[in-house]
Every structure is written in structure tokens, then in C-alpha cells.
Design a protein around this ligand. Structure first.
Ligand code: ADP
Ligand code: MG
Length: 797
């Protein structure tokens, strides 16, 4: 949800940062509780998977910089994410030549309506503006600066601090140095040097590698949230205290290396989704006052015409007004085969225009684009928790304190009884390391980030960990018929009049009623009337009857179009005509007013060519298929036979579809798939609601647990397989991390491990768990084989 400061009645300001170097889920919680405890902070949520911090500030109380400072002090680098939610805009200001003019600009901008704060940095030539509410635009700020005689330009939209190559990052250099020192110490120690000679490099190495860990540990302590940093620090200090220099240093070095590797692998996955947003152009060409001009996309108004040149990216969601082209929508749908567009077609921000120039009418503000919505949903989903995580959290919550407790006993009580203080103390230190639930804690979130991210790039939106877990366990899939098993483009095949009107008038009257309905059948009838160039009379007071039809007032009469449920008893003649039309496999739409029926229209909606293949695949996956439809028995059975669905329930009203889903649930979890608009109640009742073909329809995306962006049925088995793969990887991760912990507990009890082995095992497990999770991101998909498997990725339209 885009929480714009202005939309909040209680005047909270939402800010968002990316956090670099957050390498353990545990430290995420430390940051969270530390920031949440600051005065003026309403809530702080850290999304470990994404490396993201979302904070709600009471406006005017706490300063954005203070939050950033606090997180910085914990040892993490934060970068504000500007744009949608963050309250800081950064501008480059050119031409500032004196410190005093900087002050002037600052004062000028501060006085703009809607500015909460402005800070000009003379040395850096930048300005940071914190909008206090939604009135402020970047354009207004730039104009104010221009008034003062200087030029301001917007800094990179999203966190665009220059990214250092990995080998130039400070912590990498420090850890590298520490490693070199350690090796030197090791060489000296084993070549018979004096203790101070090898002790010095060991100590230096410990300090270098340990400083950031210790600092994080200190803050964890202050926040009363003991975390892995604290455990590692105590272990290392303990080792130093008993003269185990080599061990103490190696604990911290291995720990640092592990964290570095971890954050390097994670950062790429984290930024993958947000990178998509950078694919939307920052500017658009519009015509204003007779001139074509480039304006920031945020300033394009809904309804305005935007020109898109060949090869350009489409800047806003919109409808094509003129021109023809083929548009590559893979950013949104994951489908790399370009889609032909013509006047009337819908285009999405972020897609690439082909060879033709087109003019597009903006239908959404830039910040509400489908791509922006998708990215927001994906990020939200990635931060959600899988039910499996609950187990992990519960486990960690008892495991760590118990093991730490045992360690304390080993260091105190046991040596008091059996002596050999030094040996037991050392074993206690090893236990502290083993007490770290690192690998266990990251076993699910990393898998979720990888899976949800890669699914979204293939046009499948999982709404969260629970949706994945539920989908993986689905036993039955219930299909809506129209638009799901069928193409959803019913064509008129017969028009029969019973005498009162000629066929054309009957069709035109039906079309008048149906213009007010969003049902695919309605679209088919309107389309036919247009095709025949009929003049469609005006209709008012349109009304829809879900699962039955529609009505509207045409001229002086209330006209109804729909199935028999909308009318009383039917005369024999109508019954006969109805039976004939249905026998041809068509759906009959009766047209009449009051109790008189003036005629009927037969429509046929072809089955999707991919349907049969998809049913076979679901069968192979052990998933039962059922069709739930409001249509008549004959049509329903014909469609089911063609699609290969064995179980058919016909003539259902929307609420009866809900009952249908409930009865299927007796045999295990049920997924219901539909267009997400007509079928919302059934989708909501099912264990997993799946909406298909949702590109551009926010309601449908919102209503579902899983949304298939493309109108392609074959995404369904893919989504199920991906969900199952995700769940099994999560289980492997949990089992593997538990097993290593178990082994090390046993080894420590037997006294055969040492500190560095324990750390190595822990970091190794964490890395393996991460690597295992990232396999989900690499699963072959349409994205991976652009151009080569074009035929197999073509949607089944
Ligand atoms: P499905 O299960 O095929 O998606 P719906 O529940 O959407 O079916 O609709 C069931 C039936 O209701 C349709 O087969 C049709 O007979 C009738 N119907 C619904 N809406 C309309 C409409 N706008 N115009 C005519 N008939 C309609
Ligand atoms: Mg339907």
C-alpha cells in the first residue's frame, strides 16, 4: 500500500530505508526494537529478506536523520529509499558559490507549503527536502530553487548511492587484513616464536574483525536483545581470557567472512525486485498548451496523452489512443513474446515499445502503475512469514536460552565439582557458539524471498508465505468456467426473435442492457452489435444479477437479459428454442421485459487450447480438478469434456459456488481459480484463491492469495510446482540446520570440538541454507530462456 503522508489523518510520516550489511535475521530484530524504542517513532518494521526498514514517525517529533543515525550506530549502512513512501528527497544543486546562498535556498524551500524540513549541504552541493504532506511536488521545489537563481535536479529515484565493488567495501578490507594477520600469527606461533610475537598479530586480527561484531553486540545488549553478535563476542573474549589467542581471533574472522558472504549473496536477491522499478522511465513526453514537452512521470495527469517513441519504455499505465506497435511486457507479465497493441489496447508502465510510435492516454498516476503495485505486493509478500517459520521461532526462543544456560553451568558449577576449570570453560564457550540459531533463523525467509521474487518475474504473485504453504498442499483445484477454462470471449452464434422485434433490434436492445455489465457474455453481445453496426439505444439504471444476468431501462421499458433464473415460468415455445440452442452447446441469453420474453441470443465461449494439457499436468501432480459454473448443464459438460475436467457442478449461483468449495474441502485443501472479479466470494472461501489474468486489475490482484498476471492457464501447475519446491527447500533447510546443531551439541558434550570448528559449521550451514534457497531463484522460467523457447511460452489466447 502506498502510504502517502497526506493520506494519513493522524499525520504520521512513513519513511523507508534500505539497510546494507544486515546478515542475520537476529540483528534485524535488534534494529527493529532499537528504533521502535525511539521517542516519536510509532512503529518500526525490519524486513530482513529485503534489507528494508519501514518506520512510521509522528510528524514533527522525531527527525528522519535520527533514525538513520541510530541504525548507523548499530553498525549498518542505511540509504533512504526515495519516491513512493520515503519522506526525504535529495536534489543536486548546481551553481552554489557561497555558504550564505546555501542558507538562502534552504530558507526559501522551507517556506514552501508542504515542506517539513530542508537542509542544503553547501560542500556536497546537495539539498535534502522532507515533505510534510502530499501537497509538495519535486517540481515545486525545483522551481523555488530556480527563483533563488540556482538549478536543482532530482537525485536518483531509489537509493542511488554509488555501489562500491565488493573488494572495496570497508568490512571486506578489514576482514581480509584480519585474515592476513591471523595467518602471520599462526606461522609465528608454529615456528617457535615467543608468545608476544604471535600474540600481537592475533590480537590485532581479533580487534579488526571483532570491532563491528562487538559494536553490534553492545547495542544488542543495550536493547536487551541478546543476539548472535553478543554470543560470538563473549565466546571470543572468553577465548582470549584463557589465552586461546588463535581461537579467539579465528572465531571472529570466520564469523565475519560468513556474514560477508551471506550479505553478498543476499544483496543481489534483495535488489532484484526493486531494480524492476528503475525500468520505468523517469520522464514522459506530453503535449501541453500545444507544445510537446518532457515532464517527470509523477506529473503526468490521468487522462493526459503521452507519446511513446519506438524502442522507448512506456512511462505510464494507459490505453492506446493512436498508433500500432508490438509491446514487450515481460517486466510485468514475465512473457517475453511481444503483444500487439492497437487503439484501445492497454499498455503498462515499464514495458518496451516495439517499432511503432504510439500515443497513450494515461489511466493511472505513475505511482499507482501496475508495476509499482506488483513490486509493492511482492516486497510485502517477501517480508511475510511462512507458517513453517512459527515453528522455527518457537524453537529458537527456547533452544538458545537453554544452551546458554547449560554453557553457564559448564563454566561454573561443573568445574566446581569435577575440577579442570579451563577445559570446562572452553567447552562452555563452544556451546555459546552452538547456541546461535543463525542458520535456522534464515532457513525460511531467504527461501521466501528467492521464491516469491523469481515467481513474480515469471508472472506469478504469491501473496506471502502462507499462500505458498497452502498452495503446496492443495488437493483439489476448483475452476470457474467462463474466462478460466474458456477463453472468456464468448461469441454470438444465434439470435432468435419471437416476433415483437426483428433480430437486429433485439440484439441492439440486449447490447444496450449489457453495456452496463462487466460479464464476458455481456462483452460478447455488445461486440456483436457493434460488429453489425447496429445503433445501440441508450440504457440507464443498469443493474447486475451475479450468476443470472443484467437489466437496464431502455426507452420506457425495463429490459432484462440473462438465463432462465431471471424470468418466471417459460412458455413452451421458449423452452423449445432454449433447448435447441443449448443442444448446440451454446449458452442461451434470454432477452425480455417483465414476464414477456422477446427472444434469445446464443453465445459460445471456446475452451482454452491449453486447458486439456493443464488438467493432465495437474493430474500428474496428484491434484483433483473440479469445475464450478453458473452455466447450464449441457454447456458445462461439453466444456468439461473438452478441457478434461471430470467433476462438474453446473447452474450454481455465486453463493452456491461458495458451498461447492466448502464441500470439496472435506477432501483436503482446495484452491479456487477464477477471474477474481465475479468469483471473489468463492476465491475467499477456498484455502487458496487464485486470480488469473490480473494485469491491470487491482481488485483481482487484491482479492487473491495467488495472482497469475498473465491470462495463461499454464501458469497454474507452474505455480503449484514452485510452491511445492519452496516448501520442500524450507523443510530441507530446517532439517539440515537442526541436524548440524544436534551433531555439534553431541560433539561438544564429548569434548571433541573447538571454537573455530563450531563457528565454521555454523557459518557453513548458514551459507548452505542460503545457497539452497537461492536455487529457487534460478529455476528455469520464461525469463531465463528469452527468445529460445518462444513457442512454449506463448500464452494460450
Ligand atoms: P461461470 O461459472 O461460467 O463463470 P457466472 O456465474 O459468471 O458463470 O454466470 C453464470 C450464468 O449467468 C451465465 O452462464 C449466464 O447464463 C448468466 N449470466 C451472468 N451474467 C450475465 C450477463 N451479464 N448477461 C447474460 N447472462 C449472464
Ligand atoms: Mg465467472
Amino acid at each position: 500500500m502506498s502510504v502517502h503522508p497526506a493520506e494519513r489523518a493522524d499525520e504520521a510520516v512513513s519513511c523507508r530505508w534500505t539497510i546494507d550489511g544486515m546478515d542475520c535475521a537476529d540483528c534485524a530484530r535488534t534494529i527493529e526494537s532499537s528504533v521502535a524504542g525511539m521517542p516519536g517513532v510509532r512503529s518500526a518494521v525490519v524486513n530482513f529478506g529485503l534489507g528494508r526498514l519501514d518506520v512510521e514517525l509522528e510528524s514533527g517529533s522525531a527527525k528522519v536523520e535520527e533514525v538513520a543515525g541510530r541504525v548507523g550506530a548499530l553498525g549498518y549502512r542505511v540509504t533512504p529509499v526515495a519516491g513512493r513512501t520515503l519522506a526525504v528527497w535529495t536534489f543536486d544543486v548546481a551553481g552554489m558559490d557561497c555558504g550564505d546562498c546555501a542558507r538562502t535556498i534552504e530558507a526559501g524551500v522551507r517556506h514552501l507549503p508542504g515542506v517539513a524540513d530542508a537542509i542544503v549541504n553547501f560542500g556536497a552541493g546537495t539539498m535534502q527536502v522532507e515533505p510534510g504532506d502530499g501537497r509538495l511536488t519535486r517540481g515545486a521545489v525545483m522551481a523555488a530553487v530556480a527563483d533563488a537563481g540556482y538549478r536543482a535536479t532530482v537525485r536518483g529515484e531509489s537509493s542511488s548511492a554509488p555501489v562500491l565493488p565488493w573488494w572495496r567495501k570497508r568490512r571486506v578490507i578489514e576482514t581480509g587484513l584480519a585474515l592476513v594477520l591471523w595467518l602471520a600469527g599462526f606461522a609465528l606461533e608454529h615456528s617457535g616464536s615467543a608468545a608476544w610475537q604471535f600474540g600481537a598479530p592475533y590480537l590485532l586480527a581479533t580487534a579488526l574483525a571483532g570491532y563491528p561484531v562487538a559494536r553490534a553486540a553492545w547495542f544488542a545488549l543495550k536493547a536487551r536483545r541478546p543476539d548472535m553478535n553478543l554470543l560470538m563476542t563473549i565466546a571470543a573474549l572468553g577465548a582470549l581470557a584463557i589465552g586461546e589467542w588463535e581461537e579467539g581471533a579465528s572465531v571472529l574472522i570466520l564469523f565475519s567472512i560468513g556474514l560477508l558472504l551471506q550479505s553478498m549473496t543476499l544483496d543481489r536477491t534483495r535488489h532484484a525486485i526493486q531494480a524492476l522499478l528503475s525500468l520505468t522511465p523517469r520522464e514522459a513526453t506530453v503535449r501541453r498548451g500545444g507544445f510537446d514537452m518532457r515532464v517527470p512521470v509523477e506529473e503526468v495527469d490521468v487522462g493526459e496523452s503521452v507519446f511513446v517513441l519506438p524502442g522507448e519504455r512506456v512511462p505510464v499505465d494507459g490505453r492506446v489512443l493512436s498508433g500500432r506497435s508490438a509491446v514487450d511486457q515481460s517486466t510485468i507479465t514475465g512473457e517475453s513474446v511481444p503483444v500487439e497493441v492497437e487503439p484501445g489496447s492497454v499498455v503498462f508502465a515499464g514495458s518496451i515499445n516495439g517499432d511503432g510510435a504510439v500515443t497513450v492516454e494515461a489511466t493511472k498516476a505513475a505511482t499507482d502503475s501496475t508495476l509499482a503495485r506488483i513490486i509493492e505486493l511482492v516486497e510485502h509478500a517477501q517480508g511475510s512469514r511462512a507458517p513453517a517459520q512459527a515453528f522455527v521461532d518457537r524453537f529458537a526462543a527456547v533452544y538458545t536460552p537453554i544452551v546458554v544456560g547449560v554453557a553457564v553451568l559448564l563454566a561454573t558449577v561443573v568445574p566446581a565439582i569435577v575440577g579442570d576449570w579451563r577445559d570446562w570453560f572452553f567447552r562452555a564457550l563452544v556451546l555459546l557458539v552452538v547456541a546461535c540459531p543463525c542458520a535456522l533463523v534464515i532457513s525460511t525467509p531467504v527461501a521466501l524471498v528467492a521464491s516469491i521474487g523469481s515467481a513474480s518475474r515469471r508472472g506469478v504473485l504469491f501473496k506471502g508465505g502462507s499462500a505458498i504453504e497452502a498452495l503446496a498442499g492443495v488437493r483439489t483445484v476448483a475452476f470457474d468456467k467462463t474466462g478460466t477454462l474458456t477463453e472468456g470471449r464468448p461469441a454470438v452464434v444465434t439470435v432468435r426473435s419471437f416476433g415483437r422485434f426483428d433480430e437486429e433490434t433485439l440484439l441492439a436492445r440486449a447490447a444496450a442492457v449489457e453495456s452496463g455489465s462487466s460479464h464476458p457474455i455481456a462483452a460478447g453481445i455488445v461486440h456483436e452489435a457493434r460488429k453489425r453496426a447496429l445503433s445501440i439505444p441508450r440504457a440507464i439504471d443498469a443493474e447486475g444479477f451475479p450468476g443470472r444476468g443484467a437489466a437496464a431501462t431502455v426507452g420506457a421499458e425495463r429490459v432484462t437479459a440473462g438465463n432462465r433464473r431471471l424470468f418466471g415460468g417459460l412458455p413452451d415455445m421458449v423452452e423449445r428454442a432454449l433447448a435447441e440452442v443449448e443442444a448446440e452447446g451454446a449458452t442461451a441469453v434470454l432477452v425480455g421485459s417483465g414476464d414477456t420474453i422477446d427472444g434469445l441470443i446464443g453465445v459460445v465461449d471456446p475452451v482454452r487450447p491449453a486447458a486439456a494439457g493443464v488438467m493432465q499436468e495437474l493430474d500428474r501432480l496428484g491434484v483433483r480438478t473440479v469445475m464450478l459454473t453458473g452455466d447450464n448443464e449441457i454447456t458445462a459438460h461439453r466444456i468439461a469434456a473438452q478441457a478434461g475436467v471430470a467433476d462438474v457442478r453446473a447452474r450454481l449461483l455465486p453463493e452456491e459456488k461458495v458451498d461447492g468449495v466448502r464441500s470439496l474441502q472435506a477432501a483436503g485443501a482446495v484452491a479456487m481459480i477464477g477471474d477474481g472479479v465475479n468469483d471473489a466470494p468463492a476465491l475467499a472461501t477456498a484455502d487458496v484463491g487464485i486470480a488469473m489474468g490480473v494485469a491491470g486489475t487491482d481488485v483481482a490482484i487484491e482479492a487473491a492469495d495467488v495472482a497469475l498476471i498473465r491470462d495463461d492457464l499454464r501458469q497454474l501447475p507452474r505455480a503449484i510446482m514452485l510452491a511445492r519446491a519452496t516448501l520442500s527447500i524450507i523443510r530441507q533447510n530446517i532439517a539440515f540446520s537442526l541436524a548440524t546443531k544436534g551433531v555439534f551439541l553431541a560433539l561438544t558434550a564429548a569434548g571433541v570440538t573447538n571454537l573455530w570448528l563450531a563457528v565454521l559449521a555454523d557459518m557453513g550451514t548458514s551459507l548452505l541454507v542460503t545457497a539452497n534457497s537461492l536455487r529457487l531463484a534460478r529455476e528455469p522460467g520464461p525469463r531465463a530462456n528469452v527468445g529460445t523457447h518462444a513457442a512454449s511460452t506463448h500464452p494460450d489466447r
